[in-house]
Unconditional design. Structure first.
Length: 227
């Protein structure tokens, strides 16, 4: 696995299908840097950080979560610095922490084969809540680099967060363009709302959680496919 450079300020560790690991994003400002998503496990985070260190990039001071799903968040206890999420994402993480603490990880292991590939039966499953919460939209100044973190209505889950790097015209979408993981439903009204949000942001490059970077029209076409 290698770290890929996308723009002047953005790198990412590519997704992996076998363990359903998503892209992990990295945005470097003049003063500090942030990551997009916290990975599937502590091992996923360690591999990401090894790639950053190999490129002499400072570890992120902040990690922004795109939504609560385990492959994007269950490595949070191993990240450097603080984590930022919307309130709904944090409530889901609190629910899963409570389940695992009280009943053990079997329900989590039963979710998907990729989970069992990421975690051996004797591994600890640690679910952590975010350190910082936001509502609606927040703007972060990394030093010469402005990042907007935006809550959005989307078909995949009801706690979707978008991350837009203004100067690089790049939008991190997490999995928000996909259908609902648990029901398989892709609601038309939510697809249209998300499409309107993406058009309003007006990025040139879109990076979804489990796909390669593409231009915005490609993402919008995929979002509305079959609707």
């Amino acid at each position: 696995m290698e770290l890929k450079r996308l723009t002047e300020r953005i790198w990412y560790m590519p997704f992996e299908e076998e363990r359903d690991r998503p892209n992990l994003g990295y945005v470097k400002g003049d003063n500090w840097s942030l990551a997009v998503d916290a990975g599937h496990s502590a091992a996923h985070v360690r591999e990401f950080y090894e790639l950053l260190e190999k490129e002499n990039l400072p570890l992120p001071a902040l990690t922004v979560l795109t939504h609560w799903h385990w492959d994007h968040t269950f490595g949070m206890h191993a990240v450097n610095g603080l984590c930022l999420a919307n309130k709904r994402t944090n409530s889901y993480l609190a629910e899963w922490n409570d389940k695992i603490v009280k009943k053990g990880p079997n329900e989590f292991f039963a979710l998907h084969e990729s989970v069992r590939r990421e975690y051996s039966p004797d591994m600890d499953v640690i679910v952590k809540k975010a350190d910082m919460l936001f509502s609606g939209e927040i703007t972060l100044d990394l030093g010469g680099c402005t990042v907007k973190v935006i809550e959005a209505e989307a078909p995949h889950t009801d706690d979707s967060t978008l991350v837009f790097v203004e100067q690089d015209k790049t939008l991190f979408l997490g999995d928000c363009t996909c259908d609902d993981f648990f029901t398989g439903i892709k609601r038309e009204d939510l697809c249209r709302k998300l499409a309107d949000t993406i058009k309003e942001i007006n990025p040139e490059i879109c990076l979804e959680g489990h796909w390669i970077p593409v231009d915005t029209e490609d993402t919008l076409t995929d979002l509305m496919n079959g609707i």
